[in-house]
Design a protein around this ligand. Structure first.
Ligand code: YZS
Length: 259
């Protein structure tokens, strides 16, 4: 079964995540299909991409496949992991990528949404950033995405509480560009995509790359980089990291001890 469905009409490529049984979690297999779809869109010169889940989904994506998180003592979000490669592929995709959201967006799927260029949601959209719930030291490039969009205080609250944020909060905080009624979500998103298709592709590609380079975050000296590495290692070397993942497998709340 294809884990991703694609449609190409009027220079707009639509990618629909299609693994509802596993709540569209970003497994290696789904990411592989995701890459293939984006490659097809690029070869077919689609000018705008829409990322979505199937109509009526209660969960847009449950985030990183927790069963594929590496064993303790290994960085859970290494630079070359399929998940991190997916975020960069979307972030660096030459043309605008629109995330069309209905249902819950969890963990790394929130990061995927923030690497898109425009986010349109309906009233069922929620966003929960979950590293603290599982015991994961999120990675700096991912955290920059949240700081850039939400600002420091709201990004901290989203990470520290791991609580789902509703669609109107997401609109107020700038995660959503637009909040529309669910029965208008598809037509509104398509209409916005068609507006973009009507403008200069070269100018839009240049603007997207300029925005990406300007928003990459602040240069970091070597010592700071090393210090962040040490801080993160203390977490993914910890017993709490093991407990967080085990609790997920056993479908229970984790009992963190701070060790
Ligand atoms: O038991 P079966 O085999 O039917 O599978 C279940 C779930 O195990 C599976 N599933 C997942 N498998 C791997 N990774 C996931 N993230 C994941 N989420 C779900 O899908 C099947 C149906 O799940 P249910 O829980 O029965 O579905 P439902 O009752 O509708 O609840 C849906 C939600 C999404 C609320 C629930 O599945 C859930 O809370 N999932 C975990 C969401 C989450 O915490 N994701 C963050 C993963 N971590 C990351 O993305 C980053 C590494 S971080 O943690 O840093 O943010």
């Amino acid at each position: 079964m294809a884990l991703v469905l694609t449609e190409m009409t009027q220079q707009i490529g639509t990618l629909t995540m299609n693994n509802p049984q596993k709540r569209n979690c970003l497994s290696h297999a789904l990411i592989e299909d995701f890459f293939a779809a984006l490659d097809t869109f690029e070869r077919s010169k689609m000018r705008v991409i829409i990322l979505r889940a199937s109509a009526g989904s209660k969960v847009w994506s449950a985030g990183h496949d927790v069963h594929e998180l590496p064993r303790p003592g290994r960085d859970p979000l290494p630079y070359n992991s399929p998940f991190e490669q997916l975020l960069r592929r979307v972030q660096d995709y030459p043309d605008p990528v629109i995330a069309m959201i209905e249902g819950g967006v969890w963990g790394g799927a929130c990061d995927l949404v923030l690497t898109c260029d425009i986010v349109i949601g309906c009233e069922t959209a929620t966003f929960a950033m979950t590293p603290a719930k599982i015991g994961i030291p999120y990675n700096p490039s991912g955290m920059i995405h949240f700081i850039n969009v939400l600002g420091l205080n709201k990004a901290k609250e989203m990470f520290f509480t791991a609580a789902p944020m509703n669609a109107s909060e997401a609109l107020n905080l700038g995660i959503l560009n637009h909040l529309v009624e669910s029965d208008k979500l598809e037509s509104f998103t398509r209409g916005l995509a068609e507006k973009i298709v009507g403008n200069s592709p070269l100018a839009i590609r240049a603007l997207k790359e300029e925005f990406r380079l300007l928003s990459k975050g602040h240069p970091m000296d070597a010592e700071t980089y090393e210090k962040i590495g040490a801080i993160r290692r203390c977490v993914y070397d910890s017993k709490d990291y093991c407990e967080g993942i085990l609790a997920f497998h056993e479908k229970r709340r984790p009992q963190f001890k701070g060790e």
